[in-house]
Design a protein around this ligand. Structure first.
Ligand code: A3P
Length: 288
């Protein structure tokens, strides 16, 4: 199926129609934030599901009940998706936890006034691409990616859901009010999950014991999260996600692009990266 059939255009980017509608996007635009809300913002395939496991466990101080009884999309909903409207978010006790894939420039008016806390998760874009390719092949609500070479151009051009990775990252890195934003990378979490959990806890004002941090880190290890049916997308019918083609929690490593991109594909990626990121001074955790 084509882009026109599967996607909506929202502020210059594609979003999948299966989970977004003009009404859901209007709900997002009119959403009233509270200063104690916490939003994990990610470009798709950068570690959203991981944050939907980590943050609720930090808030519950290691009690795993919420992550074993609520799906990731209910415990930490996407504000721009249909589901958010149905969850009676007004009644949720603080801190309310949300995720969003939106660019900084797409955030609603209330966000800029209230300045809730944001955890912005970044991942090596070559790994984002590597993770996206099988995902676009298994998720029936996405346009078939074609060959890897074709998808590479689609991805580099930002003709994918939520637009260009480069614009997304540059937009959030250039955000005002950076005191409210914590930047973290997928690679940092892979390198030292306990330290990352500790850093996130401090940012959201939670002091956790070493024992609780270790318990959370253990639960959030890839092999353990993969077993959690509330997080591994096994509850999504196979007509929407065919996990026989590729699992949602696929490999969970840093640097998988090295196993998946040819030298020519990596070189093409690097040349676009170099041009698009030439004015960015941020020190990323991955090899550029
Ligand atoms: P891979 O496809 O490279 O395995 P998102 O949730 O933003 O869609 O990102 C999905 C990516 O995060 C997938 O990457 C998935 O396996 C990875 N991921 C999810 N949970 C993880 C965990 N606990 N540890 C490491 N990677 C994880």
């Amino acid at each position: 199926m084509t882009e026109a059939e599967l996607y909506l255009q929202y502020k210059g980017v594609f979003v999948p129609k299966l989970v977004h509608s003009p009404e859901s996007l209007q709900f997002f635009e009119e959403f009233t934030f509270r200063h104690d809300d916490i939003i994990a913002v990610t470009y798709p395939k950068s570690g959203t599901t991981w944050m939907q496991e980590i943050l609720p466990l930090i808030v519950s101080e290691g009690d795993i009940t919420p992550v074993l009884t609520l799906t990731n999309w209910d415990r930490m909903p996407w504000l721009e998706e249909h589901r958010a409207k149905e969850l009676n978010l007004e009644q949720r006790p603080p801190p309310r936890l949300f995720v969003s894939h939106c660019h900084y420039s797409m955030m609603p008016e209330s966000f800029f006034k209230v300045k809730p806390k944001v955890i912005y998760v970044m991942r090596n874009p070559k790994d984002v691409f590597t993770s996206s390719y099988p995902y676009y092949g298994m998720a029936m609500y996405m346009v078939n990616p074609g060959t890897k070479d074709e998808f590479l151009e689609t991805f580099l051009d930002g003709k994918v859901i939520f637009g260009s990775w480069f614009d997304h990252v540059k937009g959030w890195l250039g955000a005002k009010d950076q005191d409210c934003i914590m930047y973290i990378s997928y690679e940092e979490m892979i390198l030292d999950l306990k330290a990352s959990i500790s850093k996130i806890s401090l940012f959201i004002g939670k002091t956790l014991s070493q024992e609780v941090i270790e318990k959370i880190a253990d639960h959030c290890m890839f092999k353990n999260m993969k077993q959690n049916k509330m997080s591994n997308y096994s509850l999504v019918p196979s007509e929407y996600m065919d996990q026989k083609k590729s699992e949602f929690l696929r490999k969970g490593i840093a640097g998988d692009w090295k196993n998946n991109l040819t030298e020519a594909q990596a070189a093409r990626f690097d040349s676009v990266y170099k041009e698009k990121m030439k004015d960015v001074n941020f020190k990323f955790m991955w090899d550029e």
